[in-house]
Design a protein around this ligand. Structure first.
Ligand SMILES: Cc1ncc(COP(=O)(O)O)c(C=O)c1O
Length: 384
């Protein structure tokens, strides 16, 4: 017996592709990984050292459900330092990955049958977090005209009676595009006027190239922010994220976290205290520059091969390309490219129902040399 809701939880197709890539690799094939949604860099040394120290010092027990006070305070101070916003640490809730925060926020806000609006293409798990609480994900097709993002105008047009929340991500996965400060202000106004709640996923916030970084907290306190140590701090496997909640929702979030998580991983929380030190900050800054260099190489290289990337991605580590001039079936293309040339990319199908067969995502989470080799192999594959 299995619950009905499981019928609407789709697999991550890229995982199948990754499994096949790994199998080919163990059979001795050389594989260029451009499918993986996590940094290739190891966790910065000072964080690893702090994690080891935490274990030696016996930090292996549960912590308060929403995190150790030192880490909540450190996250709060970082917002002050970077963006000049005053943030009471009591509003910072530390979670098992931002995935934990997403589970909390949907559970707190959404009644069965209520809807949450989000962009298509978008991070696939968001739809499933809504379904998990018997909510209804309303995915709205977006394209290059709006930088693959929802706008205030689209939200007003698509609003429905049962809409409870709107979720946006800036920078976005899979498109790497941003929402500008002025537009986000308008988005908040439109959602707020209709009695909904805005949720902003800022998990790729540290990874912005060129544009002036900001946080939605500069606009208002009346929203949920989702963030994580996974991407900018290279800590995907430590499972540590956070949420910033409006004051009136803190108690509910705490109560729920107590029940479903008990706490985020304790050694990871102590390790993350080292994320805000000067040494780590300089390491992650250098990495951000390396990602920018990779984007600057890969974007024109892929365009040169016939992939259409009409909006310059300004963040994260993804390029989302329209491949209609090359193939009418991105899923088959991704699989054939892997078999023939050993290059792994993610087919559009993972990111929604908006022309998935015309899109693929490239992750520049591998070295410049490997990217160049990948581009050469893709060129050879297309020329066949
Ligand atoms: C947009 C977005 N949000 C959330 C997550 C979840 O990350 P984590 O649970 O590691 O913090 C991801 C991971 O790829 C993501 O791309």
């Amino acid at each position: 017996m299995i619950a009905d809701r499981m019928g609407s939880i789709r697999p991550f197709y890229v995982m199948e592709l990754l499994a096949r890539a790994r199998a080919l690799e163990s059979a001795g094939r050389s594989i260029i990984h451009m499918e993986v949604g996590e940094p290739d860099f190891e966790t910065p040394k000072p964080i690893i050292e702090a994690g080891k120290r935490a274990l030696d010092e016996g930090h292996t027990h549960y912590t308060p459900a929403v995190g150790i006070p030192e880490l909540r305070a450190a996250i709060g101070s970082d917002y002050r330092r970077r963006y000049g916003v005053q943030l009471d640490p009591s509003r910072v809730l530390v979670t098992p990955g931002s995935s934990g925060a997403l589970q909390l926020v949907m559970s707190i806000l959404v009644n069965p049958g209520e809807a949450v609006m989000m962009a298509d293409p978008g991070y696939p798990c968001n739809r499933h977090f809504v379904r998990l609480v018997s909510g209804v994900p309303v995915t709205v097709p977006v394209g290059p005209e709006t930088g693959y993002q929802l706008t205030a105008e689209i939200i007003a047009r698509e609003w429905r009676e049962n809409m409870r929340a709107v979720m946006v991500a800036s920078p976005s996965n899979p498109t790497g595009t941003l929402i500008r400060h002025a537009e986000l202000e308008k988005i908040h106004r439109v959602v707020n006027e209709r009695g909904g709640m805005l949720i902003v996923d800022e998990i790729y916030q540290g990874l912005v190239y060129g544009a002036e970084p900001f946080t939605a907290l500069q606009i208002t306190d009346d929203l949920f922010i989702i963030n994580s140590f996974s991407k900018y701090y290279g800590m995907t496997g430590w499972r540590l994220g956070w949420m910033i909640a409006p004051e009136r929702h803190i108690a509910a979030a705490d109560r729920l976290a107590q029940n479903i998580f008990l706490s985020a991983p304790t050694p990871a929380q102590y390790a993350a205290l080292a994320a805000f030190g000067e040494e780590t900050q300089s390491i992650v800054e250098q990495r951000r520059e390396a990602f920018r260099d990779r984007r600057d190489y890969l974007l024109p290289a892929l365009r040169g091969l016939g992939f259409e990337i009409p909006v310059e991605p300004e963040g994260a580590f993804y390029l989302y390309a329209n491949c209609r001039k090359i193939t009418q079936d991105s899923f088959a293309f991704a699989h054939e490219l892997l078999e023939a040339e050993g290059v792994a990319i993610t087919p559009g199908r993972d990111f929604g129902d908006n022309l998935p067969e015309q899109h693929v995502r490239f992750a520049y989470t591998t070295s410049m040399e490997k990217l160049a080799e990948g581009v050469a192999r893709i060129a050879r594959f297309i020329d066949r």
